[in-house]
Design a binder for this molecule. Sequence first.
Ligand SMILES: [Zn+2]
Ligand SMILES: [Zn+2]
Length: 188
Amino acid sequence: MHNLIAPSDHSLVISVNGDFKPGLFESVRYKISRVFRCPTIEVPLLQDLDFAFDQGRKQYHSTLILEELAKRAPASAIKVLAITDVDLFIPVLTYVYGEAQLNGKACIISTFRLKEGLSPMHTQDAFLARVFKEAFHELGHTFNLLHCPDHACIMHYCRSEQDVDRKSEQLCRYCGVFLEDALKRVRS
Ligand SMILES: [Zn+2]
Ligand SMILES: [Zn+2]
């Protein structure tokens, strides 16, 4: 059972869709609130993703999900992030960790590939670190941040889980300034 609390102005909505333990992403949600300095609220906006399922590829077309997500986004929400466990693709790529509407409202990440190659010692922490990094990255795009050449920067484009593990949980100075400006505009 989810509590459907009306999102306050400028809250960031997180829609979790998948077979996850309740509360699994609490630490991710907390870190997102801190980075984007806004309240975050979990609201289930998507139930059934069948509309985006591609029979040939046996994967889900993330762009279609994004369109639906943006339509269902509460007007008061600054951004909407979906976290799903299904495997996502866009037509030109084998799979994607996530996708965002550049300078738009919605983004999505998938945990499907992020579970791969985790050391048994640190499974949960390492997994959640990856989820946070990908969530931060895709939300960054919704604030109009582009890919960054700095390998340590959250906005660096990752091709593998190893790339994701290698980057820090922070923006480089340049991208950080860019996000600050974008956040000021959202609030004004
Ligand atoms: Zn990206
Ligand atoms: Zn950067």
